[in-house]
Ligand binder design. Sequence first.
Ligand SMILES: *Cc1c(COP(=O)(O)O)cnc(C)c1O
Length: 439
Amino acid sequence: MNLLDRDAHCVWHPYSAMGAGQPTFPVASAAGVRIRLSDGRELIDGMSSWWSAIHGYNHPVLNSAARRQLEDMAHVMFGGLTHAPAVTLAERLIDVSPEGLEIVFFADSGSVSVEAAMKMAIQYQIARDCPGRQRFLTPRSGYHGDTLHAMSVCDPVTGMHRFFEGVMPRQVFVAPPAPRYGEPCEPIDLASLEAALARHHEELAAVILEPIVQGAGGMRFYSADYLAAVRRLCDEYGLLLIADEIATGFGRTGRLFACEHAGIAPDIMTVGKALTGGYMTLAAVLTTREVADTIGRGDPGLFMHGPTFMANPLACAVANASVDLLLESPWQARVAAIEEGLRDGLSPCAELTHVADVRCLGAIGVVELRAPVNMQQVQPLFVEEGVWVRPFGRLVYLMPPFVMEEDDLAALCAAVVSVVERLVEWEGYCVPAGAGSPI
Ligand SMILES: *Cc1c(COP(=O)(O)O)cnc(C)c1O
């Protein structure tokens, strides 16, 4: 049996059904901004493997960091033991992250870091003698991961809450931020949030949101003033603010962390995805000494979480190399150039009647269609064009590695324009509203 048949027989892919015959492409290798398929075709990468491979693939600096660490150890448990890669990474993260975040808790994936962040907020409120504060407020259109508690704060519609109602905690949802990035936030834009806070604050542990860019829940870019207002309201009501920077962290929006657009610091921040430059899975929760000390003084006096592969040395070593590589590179200029390239390259889409919106921020470009894309049929069109792009719902979006050169970016955008133009033949390429695949 060939690889594809073996795969189809027993391997379950993300958000997919076994036996549904979704197009799947075997990869032989990847280097720089190109993914090489087993049949020899090369695809320009428009996805950075879900926001993570910011330096491109097979990077000599990251490869050598991994090799060096392998000589010492791939892994040791983190209970009762520590090691230089973890301590160094914690110090680096504290150094570059918003003011006041001084403590790092490592986790093994983004979703797990969100779980840890939520448990941290609950334990904090218990330790402050507010045991009734166990729920979370969040804007709709968000995405925070796939485990049950993380799912509970994802958008209820795209997050498929209706299938999990019996087991998922019920959170407090408010309207998604209305003012777009760059626009001011008017009092009316805060009405939903203020009403929900006034009504529910005594049951709430924290507000959780993705700062500035709502990613997999809708690819929306919203006003920095809205984020600043959320910070102010959290303080007024004694709530923690959890900023989920898993997608936005490490430069993607043009700032190192998206919170910087609003000049705010959260009480808890999650990072993941680009943390290891896309090499392996690692995430972290950063928090303030105040939160950590309060939990320490409460009952049981411990933070109740500890993954088996917490602070995996190999992942930490690569993360250290990746953060250094980013900070030593002209990343601001690169991201700004990508933003301009995306704006230029995707602009022809804005003329199309079946396109609702085209928007770009940092190294993110989004073409929002009026109806959801049928990914099964659209995905192969992108591959035929020589690019790797994976739309979801009504969104065709690009988030290329920061190292992408101008000509590759132009080719990537041209391929998107070419495919999106063809989508005007709705039948076949689009499916009814609500039936889109979530990722
Ligand atoms: C991807 C993502 C997560 C989940 O991370 P995983 O590593 O997939 O578990 C959480 N929050 C945001 C904002 C994300 O983009």
